[in-house]
Design a protein around this ligand. Structure first.
Ligand code: PEP
Length: 253
């Protein structure tokens, strides 16, 4: 059994002041538990505040929602992996569906971002997932396998073995529509089989998270599904009480 990983993706919500207030509320509700890891991905501007609040809590890590693939230079508005790390991030989301579908990020760009994250000592969480049209055409497996293989293509095996993968069907993100636990398992099994082909069985033993309209009512069922090692949560991570409830659930052992 892999240790469950629960990731909050705040998207473009909670600036530094809100984030500080959020963490005060969350930390009083969710006491240290080493049987799970909780990761916060705030906006880049709030990374330092969240990292400071989580200081002394080894069960909590901070991530950045997006990075650029160059380490420094004339790239106005971008955040590099070394800068995110300096601010307190240890994790980097890469290829989130909103990056791919709102900002047009390509598979090759996700590969460069995974490589930049690893270079700077950030753990990439590579997000993959199909649109509803792709699912209805029966293309889900082809899409997620292509995103997985290209996204990891610039990483050494050693870096793949410390990465995380998140399966997030685009049609489930922020829609209130969730994949069934069985649907999630089907895709996670395909991803795991491909990871084994890419890096071998031992190195492929990395967490594969599910994301898409997860909330405290459906989280336990999803986490009980085979090959679902954690959750990536947007909307239900935005309020400290709801997120603390989700993080404090009894998890399958
Ligand atoms: C996400 O932002 O990755 C996500 C899964 O959002 P939501 O939980 O709101 O569907």
């Amino acid at each position: 059994m892999r240790k469950p990983v629960l990731v909050a993706n705040w998207k473009m919500n909670h600036g530094p002041s809100d984030a500080k207030e959020f963490m005060r509320g969350f930390l009083t509700r969710h006491k240290r538990r080493m049987d799970r890891t909780v990761i916060f991905c705030p906006t880049a501007a709030a990374i330092a505040v969240v990292a400071e609040a989580a200081h002394g809590r080894p069960d909590i890590l901070v991530g950045v929602q997006n990075i650029f693939w160059e380490d420094k230079g004339a790239y106005t508005g971008e955040t590099s992996a070394p800068i995110a790390r300096d601010a307190g991030a240890r994790i980097a989301l890469v290829g989130h569906s909103e990056r791919r579908h709102v900002f047009g990020e390509s598979d090759l760009e996700t590969a460069k971002k995974c490589a930049a994250a690893a270079r700077a000592g950030l753990t990439p969480v590579l997000c993959v997932g199909e649109t509803i049209e792709q699912r209805e055409r029966g293309d889900t497996n082809d899409v997620v396998v292509r995103q997985l293989r290209t996204g990891l293509s610039m990483l050494e095996s050693a870096s793949v073995s410390t990465a995380l993968i998140a399966y997030e069907p685009v049609w489930a993100i922020g829609t209130g529509r969730t994949a069934t636990p069985a649907d999630a398992t089907d895709v996670h099994e395909i991803l795991r089989a491909n990871l084994r082909e890419i890096v071998g069985a031992k190195a492929a033993d990395i967490p594969i998270l599910y994301g898409g309209s997860v909330n405290p009512s459906n989280a336990a069922a999803l986490l009980s599904a085979p090959e679902v090692d954690g959750l990536l949560v947007g909307g239900a991570s935005l309020e400290p009480d709801t997120w603390a409830r989700l993080c404090s659930l009894d998890l399958p052992s």
